[in-house]
Design a protein around this ligand. Structure first.
Ligand code: SDX
Length: 428
């Protein structure tokens, strides 16, 4: 017998169904609440509200668990590759050798962007933020692939638009970086795998093939895997709701990029490094900055700390922290900001303010230190987050379409002026 929730309003008792997910999560289904009671619910920031039922990613914030399609993130980060994880998220199963070969073949034949897109790259001021460029450039792909605008694409058409956006993103990201340097673009080369191709387009030189260090390739794969999906976070929810209006995949992903840009979300990885550098320039006094983070009158927050869902360690932060030490050692880099980050973490995790609020390092706290060690400038960090999150956005967008979910349209409680008549300006 499935559980029932009872809601008592005045002298009436309403019964609401309870649904349970495969991992034991429970929800009260209020999809008929307004019809039954005339009431809606209010949950600003959706802290208690489920927007969908999804089979893609499970996370348990209390226990610090994260799984993609049932596979623990720790195993995927240690054993898989980013493009294999992308396949798992989008198609639901780990690929066979034949399937991953076909996937890589399809991707490698869609890595080019139309030459006319160079006009868009050239239109941006050279120091404009890469996230603003990325959002615009991804949306502009719809101009070159009008077939993607069809609201009811066949499964094959939908899959082709998925392949195209996934294949072209590394080219767009690397060309944004090259343009910022005033360097020539490097074209994708089919002989490389997805991540090596991206690194070659980013750090290679037109004339010589730069040997991409396997340590760097492995580190990039790990970071991209850890960012690949995270259930209904702000940017993924944005991709789903934009897609729910039957908007095309490029516009939906572009909207997700814009949401990720915010410093409270994906933009935090850039903010963390800028924060650590500011503390370093200020003499490295971590106690002073922890006190500022706790001071309600001080707008300063400990960036990279805290999470809407994780009230324990973000499992991704644990993996990235360990990877930091490994990668910096292998690359022979001694970065003082890593020591400052570790000191901040050590002090914060013993401080009642952070303990009471269950504030732990999140995915953004250490990731920027690795990106920096790999040679990326700070303003490219959130673009790298978007590159990693793309398969998750795609998988969630596809799930929403396959389930034929209705257009997202939340309700509200109106608190403005009640009815009044228009007054001519001379009488106001
Ligand atoms: C990501 O949702 C996802 O899954 C996101 C993500 C993903 O993979 O998609 O995991 C990626 O966005 C990670 C988060 C990156 N953002 C930051 O690191 C920015 C710094 N952290 C925050 O601003 C904050 O912790 C949030 C935005 C992450 C979560 O905010 P909530 O859940 O709305 O919590 P809140 O702001 O209401 O904070 C609760 C309390 C408040 O204190 P009180 O009012 O109760 O006294 O904790 C305090 C906050 O002031 N607090 C912090 C803090 N984060 C929360 N105080 C100091 N420093 C911080 N970082």
């Amino acid at each position: 017998m499935s559980e029932i929730a009872q809601l008592i309003i005045g002298d009436k008792t309403y019964e609401l169904p309870v649904i349970e997910g495969s991992e034991g999560e429970k929800a009260i289904d209020i999809s008929k609440l307004r019809d039954q009671t005339g009431y809606v619910t209010l949950d600003i920031g959706y802290k208690n509200t489920g927007a969908t039922q999804s089979a893609i990613t499970f996370l348990d914030g209390e226990l610090g668990i994260l799984k993609y399609r049932g596979y623990p993130i720790e195993q995927l980060a240690a054993k898989s590759s980013f493009i294999e994880v992308a396949y798992l998220l989008i198609y639901g199963e780990l690929p066979t050798e034949e399937q991953i070969k076909k996937f890589n073949y399809d991707l490698s034949h869609h890595t080019l962007v139309h030459e006319d897109m160079k006009k868009f790259f050239d239109g941006f001021p050279s120091k404009s933020h890469p996230m603003g460029q990325l959002s615009s450039l991804v949306s502009s792909l719809s101009a070159f692939y009008p077939e993607s605008l069809k609201p009811n694409q066949t499964a094959e058409e939908l899959n082709l638009s998925i392949i195209k956006v996934l294949a072209k993103m590394p080219t767009i990201v690397s060309w944004i970086y090259k343009k910022s340097l005033g360097h020539p673009y490097i074209y994708p080369q089919n002989k490389y795998d997805y991540v090596t191709n991206f690194l070659n387009m980013t750090f290679g030189q037109r004339t010589e093939v730069v040997e991409i260090d396997p340590v760097v390739v492995n580190a990039m794969n790990t970071l991209l895997i850890l960012h690949a999906d995270h259930e209904q976070n702000c940017s993924t929810s944005t991709v789903r709701i934009v897609g729910s209006s039957a908007s095309n995949i490029y516009a939906s992903v572009s909207a997700g990029i814009s949401a990720l840009w915010g410093p409270l979300h994906g933009g935090a990885n850039q903010e963390v490094i800028e924060m650590l550098q500011k503390i370093q320039e200020d003499g490295g006094d971590t106690d002073k900055w922890i006190a500022k983070a706790k001071d309600k009158n001080d707008p300063f927050r400990l960036m990279g700390f805290g999470h809407r869902v994780y009230k324990n360690f973000d499992p991704r932060a644990k993996i990235i922290k360990k990877a930091c030490d490994d990668i910096l050692e292998k690359l022979g880099i001694d970065d003082e900001v890593l020591e400052i980050a570790k000191k901040l973490e050590e002090v914060a995790l013993k401080d009642p303010y952070f303990i009471e609020r269950k504030l732990y390092p999140n995915v953004d706290f250490y990731s920027g230190i690795i990106y920096r060690a790999l040679g990326f400038p700070t303003d490219m960090f959130t673009v790298l987050f978007a590159l990693g999150r793309l398969p998750g956005w795609i998988a969630q967008w596809k799930e929403m379409k396959v389930h034929k979910e209705p257009i997202g349209r939340p309700r509200q409680i109106y608190t403005g002026a009640t009815n009044r008549d228009y007054v001519d300006i001379q009488d106001r």
